[in-house]
Design a protein around this ligand. Structure first.
Ligand SMILES: Cc1ncc(COP(=O)(O)O)c(C=O)c1O
Ligand SMILES: Nc1c(O)cccc1C(=O)C[C@H](N)C(=O)O
Length: 409
């Protein structure tokens, strides 16, 4: 399979982009769905922002000058670059805060737009923060959580549902929802829809406006390669801009922050999702990742991602490794990852990491391998499967050191 892999890499139009990332020697990185790799240009950019724009420019760097393009518009500028990747207009996307904080703002906004309805419908086993944000609002008496199994979501609507909140690509299984069908089902029931695109944005295209989505949020530090703790993005469909009302009404979301008025007047459109001062250093790194992913193009990335995961499965069957695949076997129904169930998934994952194959473990028994297509090669697939075969066949994973749980998995 290694020869075939090398042939595929030779014919891959995206092969050259791998060099634009820093990847340690001897590492096969299958965790770009948790923390994306470092774009080399981010090192230079962050250095320039720290030493030039901050060190020399000091507070002057908020405005555009000969030192740089100005920090104050980073949230809108990066949002506009993310917009085409998710089928949004530039004016509909803003970069701010974390996914969690943006969920809070948009769930709250949805509740105000559906007076008399309090139910937020979501999926059993959705990413915890999505559920916890609903539960926080429930504790305050503002919302009521309703969870349905994946297959039952479309039947779980009634006149009480204000919002459907789903993660498009499930973080654990990689299963992808039918965004158009579920958006439609929500609208027919008089509810709004909020999509969490954390495992989608930068790996595959979606068309939020074509399906009529109301809101979306997504992660900056996964496939967009924005760096650890990179700010998140939020989308609000243009038709809701006038009525959008969110409770984190900080001064940066004011129509005129530097008028220092006593009264809060929301900024037009998505700008009112801003709360406090933008995280300039993090946003500067994120912009480099977003520029690089935009240059490669999400359509090409998605094509490659499907080819990588299909090839990985072929390599597994070539070595007669029978692992239980929990991701959909049809690549059009999954995101850019493959997840396998094994009762010793934690130890197997640790044994792989010790060999330089970095994937991750998701409680209680999932080995999750992410295929960030911008910097992975077919050769990495063949080699990762070779290591996996050796770990399983030699029983290497049974060593004590691979069975001690770390705090962050
Ligand atoms: C689906 C999903 N939503 C939200 C988050 C968390 O976002 P944040 O840490 O930006 O709040 C993650 C990962 O951390 C995730 O996988
Ligand atoms: N955000 C993370 C972190 O701060 C530490 C470790 C992992 C993460 C993650 O992003 C987890 C990720 N959302 C997941 O899909 O599992």
């Amino acid at each position: 399979m290694l020869d075939r892999a090398r042939e595929l890499d030779g014919a891959d139009p995206l092969d050259g982009f791998r060099d634009r990332f820093t990847l340690p020697d001897g590492v096969i990185y299958l965790d770009g769905n948790s923390l994306g790799a470092l774009p080399k240009a981010a090192v230079e950019r962050v250095h320039q922002v720290v030493t030039g724009e901050w060190g020399e420019g000091l507070i002057r760097s908020w405005n555009a000058s000969d030192l740089g393009v100005g920090w104050i518009n980073l949230p809108q500028r990066i949002g506009a670059k993310i917009a085409p990747m998710i089928g949004a207009r530039a004016s509909e996307v803003i970069v701010a805060d974390s996914v969690s904080a943006n969920l809070f703002k948009l769930i709250s906004a949805a509740l105000t737009m559906r007076p008399g309805r309090k139910v937020i419908l979501s999926e059993l086993g959705n990413f915890p923060t999505d559920l916890y944000m609903i539960q926080g609002l429930q504790e305050q008496g503002l919302a009521e959580q309703r969870l349905a199994a994946r297959e039952q979501i479309a039947d779980a609507f009634d006149d009480d549902v204000a919002l459907l909140l789903l993660t498009h690509v499930h973080y654990k299984s990689g299963a992808m929802h039918d965004m158009a069908a579920l958006t439609n089902a929500a609208h027919e029931a008089g509810a709004l829809v909020l999509w969490d695109l954390s495992h989608t944005g930068g790996a595959m295209p979606v068309d939020l406006n074509a399906v009529g989505a109301d809101f979306a949020v997504g992660c900056g530090y996964k496939y967009l390669c924005g760096g650890p703790g990179a700010p998140a993005y939020a989308f609000v469909a243009g038709r809701h801009h006038e009525t959008l009302c969110q409770p984190l009404s900080g001064w940066m979301g004011h129509a005129r922050p530097f008028a220092f008025d006593d009264a809060y007047i929301p900024a037009p459109g998505v700008d009112r999702l801003l709360c406090g001062t933008p995280q300039v250093l993090s946003m500067s790194a994120l912009e480099v990742g977003v520029d690089l992913i935009a240059e490669i193009g999400v359509d090409r990335l998605y094509t490659k991602s499907q080819a990588l995961s299909e090839f990985f499965l072929e390599c597994l069957s070539d070595r007669d490794i029978a692992l239980e695949l929990v991701s959909p076997s049809d690549s059009i129904r999954r995101g850019s990852q493959l997840s396998f169930r094994h009762e010793n998934a934690y130890a197997i994952c640790q044994a792989l990491i010790a060999r330089g194959v970095i994937g991750d473990f998701r409680d209680p028994d999932i080995l999750r391998l992410g295929f960030a297509p911008a910097y992975l090669r077919f050769e990495d697939m063949a080699e990762a499967v070779r290591h996996l075969a050796e770990v399983l066949q030699t029983g290497e994973w049974q060593r004590d050191e691979f069975n001690q749980r770390a705090a962050v998995t």
